[in-house]
Design a protein around this ligand. Sequence first.
Ligand SMILES: CC(C)(COP(=O)(O)OP(=O)(O)OC[C@H]1O[C@@H](n2cnc3c(N)ncnc32)[C@H](O)[C@@H]1OP(=O)(O)O)[C@@H](O)C(=O)NCCC(=O)NCCS
Length: 217
Amino acid sequence: MGDRMQRGRIIVREANNGDLERLLDLYTGFYSELRSRQGLRPRSREEYRGEVESYLSQDKIFLAETSCGEAVGFIRISTREGCYWFEELYVKPEHRGKGIGMMLVEKAEEYVKEHDPYVYIMVLPQDRRALGFWLQMGYNLLNTLELAKNLEGEEEETQPFPLLSHILEIYRWAKEDYTPLEKRFLELVEEFHRRGGSGEELLKIFVTALEERLSNT
Ligand SMILES: CC(C)(COP(=O)(O)OP(=O)(O)OC[C@H]1O[C@@H](n2cnc3c(N)ncnc32)[C@H](O)[C@@H]1OP(=O)(O)O)[C@@H](O)C(=O)NCCC(=O)NCCS
């Protein structure tokens, strides 16, 4: 397919140093949106300049552009220890739902596939929209959990977080540390899933059982 991908009136091409200002706008848009959803204060465009400059020289970045030359989205691919990672993927809000995110992912996958059969992404479990998008794109391997500790001992606001109505696939290990109860639970979920049970249905079973249990205490 070459270096450019075109569909409708959108072109996806590799970003270069001349795209710094446009990429800086998109990058700022990505983090402003994310930080606002997380309840964090927005950072200014200039605070991101150094980061974006260095990403342009060290990472692979694809830009989506309209035929008028407006930059409407981007994806950044980094490598760590020989593994390829999709970092930010962003489409301007007014251009969403037109297949541009998918075009960027397809272009980025095409690039990675020339080097490695795997590509990784990190998704925040609270980010149900992003998770929904990546599941739709065929991503379904969850093999790491990110843990964190506040070293200043400050209390964080947290909530228990089951994976709601998604049944995700997780690598089996040769030696697993599950308790007998956990092992039985996983076997039952596997059997339920194999027989066509959905995540939504599983969630309803939990809800009904918990409601019953709580109403009896
Ligand atoms: C996620 C994002 C890049 C999607 O871009 P987009 O251009 O709107 O996506 P597309 O129009 O290409 O959608 C591709 C497919 O994903 C589906 N999709 C898009 N968002 C989805 C969601 N939140 N949940 C489920 N499916 C979704 C679309 O319906 C479409 O499916 P189809 O081909 O069956 O119609 C865009 O919403 C965005 O920039 N969000 C903010 C940043 C972000 O969350 N980035 C991802 C994490 S890094």
